[in-house]
Design a protein. Sequence first.
Length: 483
Amino acid sequence: MESSIKKSNFIQFISYFLFNLYVIYGLISGYILVTSDALIPFVLALLTVDSLFALAIIFNRKVISLYVRGLFIFLLAVIALMVQDLISVTAAFVFIPLISYSIKLDNFEHYKSKLISEILVILFMGTIGKMYLLITQPSPAAITIEYLPDKMSAIGLPTPITEYYGLFITTAHGDILIGPLVFFVIFAATVLLVENYHLIIPLYVKSLRGSNKIMGGIVSSGYGVVAAMSCQCESAIALLPAVAILLLNILLIPFFILSVTLLAFTYLFIIKYYNSGRPSLIVKPIKMKTEFIVAIVLLLIVQGLLPLILFLKEYDNIIYFFIYGMAMILSGFLFGDPLAKSFKAKLNKVIIFILFILSLINSLIWFFPYFTLYAYENPLNYSIMSYSMFLSGFLIGMVYEVAGEHLGVFFLEVFSVALGIIPIILYYYAFTVGVRIWKFWSLNDQIIISLILWIIMLPIMWIITQKSLYEASKRLFITSYKL
């Protein structure tokens, strides 16, 4: 064991040493061209990469070491794909097998599936975030590195916070846009997401052996993937005026922090609670009396806001329009759940399914332009829309309670995922196509509200995922106890 660790460390050291020689050779020979304004960010980026690789050796056989080496494999593969010449392709064919062999020597648990998952997640995030573009083009050198903010300023575009202190890397076969914030967010989200799934999937599989219960949780536990989806290239940023860029920057910081934090808490809760069948603080049952008090207080607040919004004529403001609708869904849910529980309502599965479909349609229909315009044009119509959303929340609250703990959580997950997809579709449709879904609101208004709704839905999806994980944990430990 000790000899394999030493051998792994030696191979890693040689690989990282050769990689730095590759960079130094590239700088001296002109193979890598770094503009003067990009020199300091480039040096800092190289030092950051070297520091990560040093940590991989220092913390050898720790899980973080596996993911750092996986990141290195991905970077080398991207360089070879983008440059496509003898030097870079040869370097990739030398370094990648060496790093892979060092990982094999360390014998990490599920290392093959974790490495593949890591690469696929980074690839997905990079593609969605438009961090690279495959295109044949002339390039001053095999690899040309420029300062990204200056590059964007030169073509008349503002710099989003995701690209501060970033680099614009040009090759003959593609471009790469990367900033330090995006780099660390993507890496942190990837590590947590892959680790979470390697804990979640076995938990569900074990809990469902010999059971005919529906498997929930897998879809909604992917909420953290969206952590890096807001990193857009300059073509997307060009759609926004300066004021919108400022607001977008303010929203992106809590957005990133929230996503990574929720992923981290999921990991901790699984390790500390769900793997031993115990409830976390999030899923501990609340007394019915407390539920009713919270539901009534929220209902009164929300109902009191409606006449105020109508009086101030703010119902046509996109933020008030949708945020109030979401508040009505939440108040309806918090009212419907304890009410069904207090009456101990019993319904057959067909009725439950019909109520669920009605609830889902009722909540989603108002996002379609025809119905949105109907509510936008008239305060009475807007009132109808808001109460319709309340009914939607009330119905899903009832469904969650009367369907039973396993099926109820599943329906709740599907409902939350459906609502969570809306801001994602809106965000990427607006950015990628540049077309307004609702003609009566500006494009930057629609982008901002999509981010706000996204931030709202992330913790909601996360809480529901915790419920699903705990239900799986209970099934596993109850079944084990009976056996």
